[in-house]
Write a protein of this length. Structure first.
Ligand code: UDP
Length: 236
């Protein structure tokens, strides 16, 4: 599906997962964007960010808003693949295949706890670094460690801008932007209950988790839907 000039993949979840697993096994350099309404709004309104996202090999439909827009185009067979679920699937595959992971992002205590938890589960964590750094951060360390997968969980736009800026320096590895995933996987925050996820209300749950930080999210989602509607009308 094309939206605001970028292509969101319509590959079924399994096929997408298999494709990414294969690319990681081959050491093929890959950049994945997990697109939700807020990311797509930024694509529509910020040319620098759009340029970064256009460097991605796969833009996957993370959020309900993106799925809704797809439905408005009356197309079938479009499954969401939330970043946190893809990350969990990759960790499972990585354990079987002994991939090495690098965790970049979140607060120091969050990423450290997550690294420890994953190591205890037998996952090969090559290294980790918090997401509050100046400049390019641990690029040289990651270059040296040459991990199979780099989870970049610093929120949008920072994570995609970091990947787009630095990916040319790497020869291998899958780089994926994962937003607030580390907070949830480490247990510092809870993911929304299943019924809310199903009803497309995950954003509302996250809004109530930190209303002072996310007060403008409902407005941004509304702006995204409006812009997407105008865009799709023009397209059809
Ligand atoms: N974060 C970071 N560096 C920053 C700003 C944020 O590592 O400079 C982290 C933050 O600690 C949180 C994540 O990025 O773990 C962003 O979470 P949020 O839920 O806001 O992101 P979203 O999923 O909405 O993109």
């Amino acid at each position: 599906m094309k939206l605001f000039g970028v292509t969101i993949t319509e590959m079924p979840r399994n096929e997408l997962k298999e494709t990414l697993v294969h690319r990681i096994d081959q050491g093929k350099k890959t950049f994945v964007v997990t697109a939700n309404a807020l990311i797509m709004l930024k694509v529509a309104e910020d040319p620098t960010y759009k340029e970064a996202v256009l460097k991605a090999d796969y833009i996957i439909p993370d959020g309900f808003g993106v799925q809704l827009v797809h439905k408005l185009k009356k197309r079938n067979g479009f499954q969401r693949y939330p970043g946190i679920e893809l990350a969990t699937d990759l960790l499972k595959e990585g354990k079987k295949r002994n991939w090495s992971f690098y965790l970049l992002g979140a607060r120091p205590e969050v990423v450290e706890k997550l690294a420890e938890m994953l190591k205890e589960k037998g996952i090969n964590i090559a290294g980790y670094h918090h997401g509050y750094f100046k400049g390019d951060g641990p690029v040289n360390e990651i270059l040296k460690l040459s991990p199979d997968v780099v989870f970049v969980a610093m929120g949008a736009p920072k994570q995609e801008l970091w990947i787009a800026k630095n990916i040319d320096r790497f020869e291998r590895g899958l780089f994926i932007g994962l937003g607030g995933t580390f907070d949830v996987l480490s247990g510092f925050k809870k993911r929304a209950p299943k019924w809310m996820i199903k009803m497309g209300l995950e954003w509302l749950y996250r809004f109530f988790q930190s209303p002072s930080e996310r007060w403008n999210v409902p407005f941004r989602i509304a702006r995204f839907l409006l812009k997407a509607l105008i865009y799709t009308r023009r397209e059809v």
